[in-house]
Design a protein around this ligand. Structure first.
Ligand SMILES: Cc1cc2nc3c(=O)[nH]c(=O)nc-3n(C[C@H](O)[C@H](O)[C@H](O)COP(=O)(O)OP(=O)(O)OC[C@H]3O[C@@H](n4cnc5c(N)ncnc54)[C@H](O)[C@@H]3O)c2cc1C
Length: 287
């Protein structure tokens, strides 16, 4: 099928883009970024936006640089950019490890990091990474700019606290200390499919102990989130199988899994335990 008719707008600056959104969002206007989620649902006529505000011509949204304590990722930065570490150290390595799980090469060359955050698919790898990393999400409208912590941003399946006329201009990922170890693991039925469950594990390795551990689970619940119960098991203990097993069990116990025709809640709960343990095991080989 082809999309329903829509009017196309191509702003050149962020100011123009937010002015257009102020006018057009109330008339069912939407942002078009990489189009890898929006265009398919338009083609199936599950979405029929009357206006598309295409941000791909806004050069200021291509920013990808370290600014202060964070890596700043502009709204037009594509997934594939992260294939090789964009900065030295654990953060660049973590993003490179995660990105290869997103869809297929053509999807990664068009889809954007920020588009994934705005779209808020529960099975988005970047949403899980953003929560694990304590991302700051920058939203702009004609009313001004606000910075939203990732923990507060996602509210449910494909829903966020972004207002309809707000443009997500960039995501800021705080840099990771050099002693950070990380692991990522996801399970999907076929390579390139959306994951049924995924885990991001992070901690600082100090004197053979895990400090500031973070476990984020994606794909299993309505939104990606950190699992405090699992983190508490890890804090201050040695990174080994004896600690990983109870942390994985705590994550599995804590989640409220989604259920669909293909996947029962109990199966997803079991998977959460498995992906958490495997992400923690992967951290032992972290570069
Ligand atoms: C075959 C296939 C497989 C895929 N597999 C995966 C996968 O395994 N994991 C995964 O995470 N994703 C997957 N995707 C989705 C892909 O990653 C998309 O790129 C991503 O979800 C959305 O980014 P986008 O730039 O394409 O956004 P678009 O499709 O352009 O937009 C998506 C939504 O977000 C809104 N939006 C986008 N950018 C902004 C912004 N800056 N401010 C405000 N609103 C905005 C749009 O209005 C729209 O509602 C897959 C897609 C396909 C087609």
């Amino acid at each position: 099928m082809k999309p329903a008719p829509f009017r196309y707008h191509a702003p050149k600056t962020i100011d123009e883009a937010v002015a257009l959104l102020a006018e057009l969002a109330p008339q069912d206007g939407r942002v078009l970024a990489g189009g890898q989620s929006l265009v398919p649902i338009m083609a199936f006529r599950l979405a029929r936006p009357a206006h598309l505000v295409d941000i791909n011509g806004v050069d200021a949204l291509r920013r990808l640089e370290v600014d202060g304590d964070a890596l700043c990722i502009g709204a037009c930065v594509r997934h594939e950019v992260f294939r090789r570490p964009v900065i030295p150290g654990p953060l660049g390595n973590l993003l490179a490890a995660v990105v290869r799980h997103i869809g297929h090469y053509p999807v990664r060359t068009r889809g954007t990091f920020c588009g994934s955050i705005a779209h808020a698919d529960p099975a988005s790898e970047w949403c899980a990474a953003a929560v694990a990393l304590g991302a700051r999400i920058v939203a702009r409208s004609v009313r001004g700019t606000r910075v939203i912590p990732a923990d507060d941003f996602f509210t449910g399946i494909m829903t966020t606290i972004l207002d309809e006329d707000e443009l997500l201009t960039e995501v800021q990922l705080p840099l990771l200390p050099a002693d950070t170890r990380f692991g990522f693991y996801e399970f999907s039925r076929r390579a390139g499919d959306f994951a049924i469950a995924m885990a991001v594990a992070l901690y600082r390795a100090q004197d053979g102990r895990m400090v500031e551990p973070r476990i984020a689970i994606g794909g299993a619940e309505a939104r990606a989130r950190r699992i405090a119960a699992a983190e508490q098991v890890l804090a201050g203990r040695a990174p080994d199988a004896e600690t990983f097993a109870p942390a994985a069990a705590a994550a599995a116990h804590d989640v409220d899994p989604l259920e669909d025709a293909m996947t029962s809640a109990e199966y997803r709960r079991h998977l959460v335990g498995t992906v958490t343990r495997r992400a923690l095991e992967a951290s032992l080989a972290s570069p």
